[in-house]
Design a binder for this molecule. Structure first.
Ligand code: GCV
Length: 700
């Protein structure tokens, strides 16, 4: 439940000021269960601060103590400004309810477990839901609207999530890993769940985190790394109580807990001689273990499995397929309604760079597409959005269009492993929006968001125990944007940023709200493209330092077993992934993209070097040569960062000084790092190609 937050923890997108419009009004909450109880508590807190009042009308279900009038509410004539009610619990017939009925008659149908309707008649704003879970999302929607929820009449609007499962994966270790630290690829301090090899004693931030997630639309979390080391493996059995404790804290906000499990658990935890998924003992072990999990956590969400990937065990060791592996876990979960998220991130990380026929981009499709139709209904294949690994620019993974008979979830990465590690400002909303809107079968076909609707959208979380949650305070916007886009993929990412600005900074409370809003947009809207400009060019990817993945190292991965990514020589650069002369990867796409990517003329510029090896003098669709594009974008990218830093200086005094100072510190590092990228990338390609910059700028 709501916990007192220590004053030095940043409130992210839920500062108390965000509740001002609600907190000063008279409110009725009517509905059963924890959903309504949570809404009531949220409103009580706001009213206590801003002088409003709230009461709960209907008797709560399930033997809960009736919540009597609270915060000084009158019982008799109740002049309401806001009503939040499940339709069944609405005490009287109202115009809002009539609207909803009419709307249903027109085919709206059910609002589902999480949906809600919003309407305003006269002086009353009403949120109606079918289930109490919808009230929670309705409340946070009203918070987002602020005063405008209480303005002129509003026609009824129905809001339902486009995607059923909207999950944050935490790559958190209980023990500090000698190489990866406590949070693998974590750039915001330690874990909010674990510390010193155990569950944290003070878990107050977990409740706060759940509130933040619910307020942006996320409805599930995993609490441990997909690389499941020995200590973390025990979360499934002897340490299950820790998982239950977290589940208790996040449940009031409609968040379910899932667990990353190790495929070899029957051996490691159960003492069996094998983890072969077709062995009866192994099946029985998963069945019994899962039964115990549900005995302890009845609303447990399910398992996440990284198998046969980067050293994790999997079914290949027993000559079994990934469908065999996933199905045994799925069968154990099915009686309880649980799901298994089985990751498609399977590739050979022991490649020989001399072998030109191996292409890491092909791997997920080659492994999984032939298995379409073989997975149980409660298996969700979790596919990274691109064929490689969360690079700044990649095409959409062809797996997403290849498995019509399989539920798919698409995985994004808020933790900025390859996008500046929360030292660089990089608002990923525009990138994710582009990916979600991508239509693999052509303009009139389904989009990536459509494919994921029945499976889910997953984000690798970017939070830690840092007072600002995300290291870089502006990186909070990425988690917020993920939740909002997972709920409504059609949203404009700039509008999502506006929502985040309004909630987080409450511009109306500053002396120059226009300057603050404009500056934040200038700093963030185009920041992903700016990052792209000064890092790896034209979709080529992986020019980062091996291991920690921060900063430039053009040849860092070129001769390693992890894959080869640019093939630059004195004549040209890029990976030939065509069917005609390359690895054949373009053939993994349906039409029209298989042909667009195959064609040197039609391939989008930003992905040219992902699909083609071209001479430095190749003229892009933009009209510039590849080599000149590399120079131009790298000079421009650094200029843009310098400009960003100047702009940020203008808002000193308009935002919390601690936030301003932290962002300033990060921008200084971003500028230094961008210059390093520019100089290394430009120098590298100048030395390889011998082609001078057309504008005579300094290259080393
Ligand atoms: C959790 C990349 C990262 C790894 C990560 C892996 C994955 O390889 O560098 O740290 O492991 O992806 O997604 O499983």
């Amino acid at each position: 439940m709501i916990s007192p937050r220590s004053a030095d923890i940043h409130a992210a997108w839920l500062p108390s000021e965000a509740f001002r419009a609600i907190g000063s009004r008279r409110i009725l909450v009517s509905g059963p269960g924890t959903g309504a109880e949570t809404v009531l508590r949220e409103i009580e807190r706001a009213c206590a601060r801003y002088g409003g009042s709230v009461r709960r009308q209907s008797p709560p279900s399930g033997g809960e103590r009736p919540a009597a009038d609270r915060a000084g509410a009158d019982t008799a004539p109740y002049d309401l400004a806001l009503v939040l009610a499940t339709e069944q619990a609405l005490p009287v017939e109202t115009a809002a309810r009539a609207d909803l009925r009419r709307h249903r008659g027109e085919g709206t149908g059910t609002l589902g477990e999480e949906g809600f309707a919003l309407v305003r008649h006269g002086d009353v704003t009403t949120v109606l839901a079918d289930q109490p879970g919808g009230l929670r999302y309705g409340l946070f929607h009203v918070v987002r609207l602020g005063e405008s929820a209480f303005g002129p009449a509003r026609q009824i609007e129905v809001h339902r999530p486009a995607t059923r499962l909207r999950i944050a994966n935490h790559w958190d270790n209980i023990d500090v890993h000698p190489v990866m630290g406590q949070v693998e690829r974590g750039y915001a301090g330690g874990s909010i769940f674990w510390r010193d090899g155990a569950l944290r004693r003070d878990l107050s931030r977990v409740g706060d985190y759940a509130r933040l997630l619910a307020a942006c639309g996320i409805n599930a979390i995993t609490v441990n790394n997909v690389n499941v080391h020995v200590t973390e493996a025990h979360l499934l059995t002897t340490r299950l109580g820790d998982v239950a404790a977290i589940a208790d804290l996040v449940r009031p906000y409609g968040i379910r807990v899932h667990l990353s499990v190790n495929f070899a658990s029957p051996v490691a935890l159960g003492g069996l001689a094998t983890a072969d998924p077709l062995e009866q003992d192994v099946r029985a072990w998963w069945t019994e273990t899962t039964r115990r999990v549900y005995e302890t956590i009845p609303d447990f969400g399910g398992y996440v499995v990284k198998a046969d990937s980067e050293g994790q065990p999997g079914p290949f060791a027993y000559g079994r397929s990934h469908a065999d592996g996933a199905n045994v876990l799925a069968d154990a979960l099915a009686p309880f309604g649980g799901v298994v998220h089985w990751r498609a991130f399977v590739y050979n990380h022991r490649q020989d760079w001399r072998d030109r026929s191996t292409d890491r981009a092909r791997a997920a499709y080659d492994h999984f597409a032939p298995l379409d139709g073989q997975f149980r209904d409660n298996v969700i294949l979790q596919v990274k959005h691109g064929p490689l690994d969360f690079q700044t620019r990649e095409p959409v993974s062809p797996v997403i269009a290849a498995m019509p008979a399989t539920r798919l979830a698409v995985e994004f990465q808020a933790t900025q492993e390859y996008t500046g590690q929360q030292r660089h400002v990089c608002y990923l909303g525009p990138w994710w929006s582009e990916l979600l809107r991508f239509a693999p079968w052509g303009a009139n076909g389904d989009t990536v968001a459509d494919v994921a609707a029945n499976g889910g959208l997953v984000v690798v979380s970017n939070v830690g125990d840092d007072p600002f949650w995300t290291g870089h305070p502006l990186a909070q916007a990425n988690l917020y944007a993920f939740g909002r886009l997972a709920w409504a993929p059609e949203l404009d990412p700039a509008a999502v940023l506006d929502e985040w600005i309004d909630l987080t900074f409450v511009p109306s409370a500053t002396s120059d709200p226009d300057l603050l809003r404009r500056t934040l947009h200038e700093v963030m809207d185009d920041s992903w493209r700016t990052y792209e400009r000064y890092t790896a060019p034209l979709g080529v990817g992986f020019m980062v330092r091996p291991g920690n993945h921060y900063g430039p190292d053009v040849d860092g991965y070129e001769y390693t077993p992890w894959g080869t990514y640019h093939f630059a020589d004195r004549d040209g650069v890029g990976v030939d992934r065509t069917r005609s002369s390359g690895t054949g990867f373009t053939g993994q796409y349906p039409s029209p993209w298989s042909d667009r990517y195959e064609s040197l003329q039609d391939c989008p510029d930003e992905l040219l070097l992902f699909f083609h090896h071209v001479p430095y003098g190749h003229v892009l669709r933009s009209g510039t040569t590849v080599i000149q594009h590399i120079y131009d974008t790298h000079f421009a990218g650094v200029e843009q960062v310098a400009e960003t830093r100047r702009r940020w200086e203008r808002v000193a005094g308009l935002v919390d000084p601690a936030v301003h100072a932290r962002v300033t510190e990060r921008l200084n590092e971003q500028l230094r790092s961008a210059q390093e990228w520019r100089d290394q990338v430009n120098t590298y390609f100048y030395r390889k190609s011998g082609v001078p910059d057309a504008h005579g700028r300094r290259i080393h």
